[in-house]
Design a protein around this ligand. Sequence first.
Ligand SMILES: Cc1cc2nc3c(=O)[nH]c(=O)nc-3n(C[C@H](O)[C@H](O)[C@H](O)COP(=O)(O)OP(=O)(O)OC[C@H]3O[C@@H](n4cnc5c(N)ncnc54)[C@H](O)[C@@H]3O)c2cc1C
Length: 297
Amino acid sequence: MSVAVAPEFNARVRRNEPLSRHTSWHVGGPAEVFFNPRDAADLAAFLRTAPPGVPIQWIGLGSNLLVRDGGIRGIVISTHGTLDELNRLNETTVRAEAGVACARIARHCIRWGLGPAEFFAGIPGTLGGALAMNAGAFGGETWEHVRSVETIDRAGRTHTRPRGEYRVGYRQVTGPAAEEWFIAAELSFERRPGAHAGEVRTLLARRKASQPIGEWSCGSVFTNPPGDHAARLIEACGLKGFRVGDASVSQKHANFIINHGHASAQDLERLITHVRDEVARAHGVRLEPEVRIVGVP
Ligand SMILES: Cc1cc2nc3c(=O)[nH]c(=O)nc-3n(C[C@H](O)[C@H](O)[C@H](O)COP(=O)(O)OP(=O)(O)OC[C@H]3O[C@@H](n4cnc5c(N)ncnc54)[C@H](O)[C@@H]3O)c2cc1C
């Protein structure tokens, strides 16, 4: 049975929206119902009327998501291009909504003389995704800067929660409630009047030399195991260039998997499984995917 939404939202939801349009790997079957709220109030109204029990999946810029070819049953809420307010609250505190692109946070903090925020420029996702993942780059991590978050639950109720209510680890964040999603955060930085855009350009150029930036990927596929690097283990198995369908392990960085244009989610998932099995066999190390794999095969 199809997901019923309240009449006032009927014309605004997209049904069977291909999620390949919304992920950086450019794969993924359709979302049964795809909703892009206008703002937080609109989102709350939508959630209040959403049928109970229907699964809800959030998506930011889809830069860390492998959506399977069968797509997602239920509702997908996209923050892309919305929930995009970004303000400086005082000398050192910034409030950003969940749909703000991380690169924009980096740019504004530099302009405001705040830091260290340059690392946000290396994360091609939204703040919501960065909060969910504790995304990090160039030695910085999202939750090092979180003072509090604003969340919304299934009933459309909002909550303000201090950082202390979350368990935060390497690319892992566990909150106090299962079905609660980020709509904004207060981030604190130091006064860094000297920080400037040139530093970001240098960091990004260094990264471009070692990673296949510009190709269709989701960044690092696996988290690094304690004391080692997933890329080193994968490369030592001779897997650079290994191909399944139109997906292959990057020649430039072994922890990246590239969609060369026509890969399916199944190609990507098979390749992920193969890499994982080979590394376990050769090194006795079980790699854990950093990418979130969702949807039906
Ligand atoms: C080229 C490339 C380089 C990358 N480099 C890095 C890097 O250096 N460091 C790094 O950490 N990551 C990196 N990534 C991965 C990715 O950019 C980050 O994980 C990013 O934080 C994902 O944000 P997103 O908005 O795209 O989230 P999505 O991929 O859309 O979603 C990721 C997860 O977050 C959840 N989510 C999204 N929004 C919300 C919300 N508002 N509330 C609750 N949950 C939410 C989703 O449900 C999903 O589980 C890279 C990706 C690419 C393509």
